[in-house]
Design a protein around this ligand. Structure first.
Ligand SMILES: *Cc1c(COP(=O)(O)O)cnc(C)c1O
Length: 377
């Protein structure tokens, strides 16, 4: 059996090596390292894939979120509603811009922000809502957009874990996640569903004005070189990363299918076990399984993690400390926040290996070991 990785990028690279190597060498040969043809090609392909008017590439997913918030003209003290049960980047940029994070509860089934909790948290100072499509499952965007429209608040989707997912509206419309809110942000960090071989990110919007502004912000606040209209930053996707993404984007749907196959295998193996809740699959979206995350009840979770490690099976706790309990936010008064569901989930989740190259032998082994531990403890 091949060694089991949480994410097996080496194995995936072997499948596309010739194409990736050629694409990278083309960049080397032309020396167009910044904003070269590869970047422009990728931009167009991603706009077509997502069916969105504007894609603005940038240096990473965290920058994407920061640029989105800067473009909305948020002022220090403005409130931003976000889940606490997420990767730190979502909430960190809120603090970085001296905005006030307002952490709200997630849905215990989907692990994504609870629309009812959003509405309860809205005040006159609320200036943005940031849902996160956690683990590859979309938040309830239809309900979130209805609330956002009712109160006139922009929505920034954190799509870093769900690129390629389809969202199904109740009226039958289908739209890609990350293109539903006012702005969508994503990351091409190597382990993401569409990952490059370094750092990368992108911002999407259908709003022409916001697109122009975000392009400017990502480029030192300039439209015309050396004429800086506003304070921006320096955030670029480099050509070598774009060249890798040009090879991988046409395969994204195949990669998602491979992840969903692995998830189906896991689901079947764990079905009916009273101590294990397998990932919920809401009917309103296509789960793209950035992570395959179990919810354990009456199991020593850290004991299972340790047991699996001894069997050469990596597993991860995403995330061991929710944002509202991070020291980073102490100065923002987050110690006063009580999020029972978030705390409850934090103590019970465990993510199993999930990537595009898992084979049946590996999946059999992983599921057998998980079940053995749970049976004996
Ligand atoms: C990965 C990730 C980010 C940040 O992306 P980087 O490219 O690492 O900066 C933001 N939000 C979520 C939910 C993520 O998973």
């Amino acid at each position: 059996m091949r060694p089991i990785q949480m994410v097996d990028l080496k194995q995936q690279y072997q499948q596309i090596k010739a194409e990736v190597d050629a694409a990278i060498h083309e960049v080397l040969d032309t020396a167009a390292f910044i904003n070269g043809k590869a970047v422009q090609d990728f931009n167009k392909s991603l706009e077509a894939y997502l069916q969105v008017k504007h894609v603005i590439p940038c240096a990473n997913g965290t920058d994407a979120l920061q640029i989105a918030m800067m473009a909305l003209d948020l002022q220090p003290g403005d409130e931003v509603i976000t889940p606490s049960f997420t990767y730190i980047a979502t909430t960190e940029v809120v603090a970085l811009l001296r905005l006030q994070p307002v952490f709200v509860e997630v849905d215990p089934q989907t692990f994504c922000i609870d629309p009812a909790a959003i509405e309860k948290a809205i005040t006159p100072k609320t200036k943005a809502i940031v849902p996160v499509h956690l683990y590859g499952q979309a938040a309830n965007m239809e309900a979130i957009m209805a609330i956002a429209e009712k109160y006139g608040i922009p929505v920034i989707e954190d799509n870093a874990q769900a690129i390629g997912s389809d969202y199904y509206y109740s009226d039958g419309r289908v739209q890609k996640t990350g293109t539903i809110g006012t702005i969508g942000c994503t990351s091409f960090f190597p382990s993401k569903n569409l990952g490059c071989y370094g750092d990368g990110g992108a911002i999407c919007t259908n709003d022409d004005q916001l697109a122009a502004k975000m392009k400017m912000i990502a480029n030192h606040g300039q439209k015309v070189r050396y004429y800086h209209e506003m304070v921006g930053c320096n955030s670029r996707l480099d050509s070598i990363q774009a060249a890798v993404l040009n090879v991988k984007l046409p395969r994204l749907d195949t990669y998602i299918a491979a992840r969903r196959n692995a998830a189906d295998f896991y689901d079947k193996a764990f079905a009916g076990n009273k101590k294990i809740t397998t990932p919920y699959r809401a009917a309103n979206n296509k789960h793209v399984f950035h992570q395959y995350t179990l919810l354990l009840e009456g199991v020593n979770r850290d004991g299972l993690h340790q047991f699996l490690a001894e069997k050469q099976i990596p597993s991860m706790i995403y995330y061991p400390v929710p944002a509202h309990r991070q020291q980073m936010f102490a100065a923002f008064g987050s110690g006063e926040t009580h999020l029972e569901i978030t705390d409850w989930l934090t103590e019970r989740v465990i993510s199993l290996p999930m990537h595009t190259e898992l084979d049946e032998e590996q999946l059999n082994y992983i599921t057998a070991q998980v079940l053995e531990y749970i049976h004996n403890h």
